[in-house]
Design a protein around this ligand. Structure first.
Ligand SMILES: [Fe+2]
Length: 229
C-alpha cells in the first residue's frame, strides 16, 4: 500500500464521511446496498487497502483492483475490464479540491466506482463492455461510441427509482455538489437511449449539463447488444 500521510487520512475521512452522510435517499439504492455490503473493506474510517478489496471480491463478483499511474492506452483499458480488473490511481486530492476534479483520484476511483462492481448485473455490464472494446480496437468510430457510453453510464449515469432521479455513476457519486444537483433535478435528463448516447459528445472540464436515465441495470446491460452487429 502507498504510504499515505496523516493529511491524506484526514482527507479520506472527511470526503467519505461527508458523502456517506449525504447520499442516503440520494444515491441509487443498489449502490448504497453494495457500499453497505463492503463496509469491512471500504468505509469512512480508513483509506481502503486495494488488496483487501480484491480479496473481498473473490467471494462475490471476482473483480480485482489494479494500480495505475494515470491514463492508460485503450487496448490495456479494455482488456483489463474484460478480465474484471479495475484500474485505480493511488493519489488523493488535497483539502482545497474537495469537489469537482478533472483528473480522477483515488476517492473517485474507489468510492465512486468500486461498490457497484459487487452487483452481478453491473459487474457483467462492465466486463462485457471491456470485451466489446477488445474486439473493436481497430475500429476508431466504435471506440469513440464506447467512450461515450462509458461516460454517460459508468461515470455519469442516473437511474430513476419511483419518481426520484438517483446517480449511480462514479463521476457524480464522488462529487458532493453534483450528487446534490441530481437530487434537485438540475440538468437535462434524457430517457436512456444508447443510439442517442453514442452520438452525443461530452466534455470533461466542467459539470455535466445532460444525463441519461436508466430504469434498471438490466436495461443498461441489454444496451450492449447495440454493439453486436
Ligand atoms: Fe471514473
Amino acid at each position: 500500500m502507498k504510504d499515505y500521510t496523516k493529511d491524506d487520512h484526514k482527507i479520506w475521512q472527511l470526503l467519505a464521511t461527508t458523502q456517506m452522510n449525504n447520499i442516503p435517499n440520494k444515491a441509487a439504492t443498489t449502490y448504497l446496498n453494495c457500499l453497505q455490503q463492503m463496509k469491512t473493506v471500504l468505509n469512512r474510517q480508513e483509506i481502503p487497502e486495494f488488496k483487501k478489496i480484491t480479496h473481498w471480491f473473490k467471494n462475490y463478483t471476482g473483480w480485482s483492483i489494479k494500480t495505475v499511474p494515470g491514463l492508460i492506452p485503450p487496448e490495456e483499458f479494455f482488456s483489463l475490464l474484460a478480465e474484471k480488473k479495475f484500474c485505480s490511481s493511488t493519489w488523493l486530492r488535497n483539502a482545497n479540491q474537495l469537489d469537482y476534479l478533472e483528473e480522477p483520484d483515488m476517492f473517485h476511483d474507489i468510492f465512486g466506482h468500486i461498490p457497484l462492481l459487487a452487483n452481478p448485473v453491473f459487474s457483467a455490464y462492465l466486463s462485457k463492455f471491456g470485451k466489446i472494446g477488445v474486439k473493436n480496437l481497430a475500429h476508431k468510430k466504435k471506440l469513440i461510441q464506447l467512450q461515450r457510453l462509458y461516460w454517460f453510464t459508468i461515470e455519469f449515469g442516473v437511474i430513476q427509482e419511483n419518481e426520484i432521479l438517483k446517480p449511480y455513476g462514479a463521476g457524480i457519486l464522488s462529487s458532493i455538489e453534483e450528487t446534490n444537483r441530481i437530487h434537485r433535478q438540475e440538468g437535462v435528463f434524457h430517457p436512456f437511449n444508447v443510439q442517442k448516447i453514442i452520438n452525443t459528445d461530452f466534455h470533461t472540464d466542467r459539470l455535466q449539463e445532460e444525463y441519461f436515465v436508466i430504469s434498471s441495470f438490466k436495461e443498461l446491460f441489454n444496451s450492449l447488444s447495440a454493439f453486436e452487429y
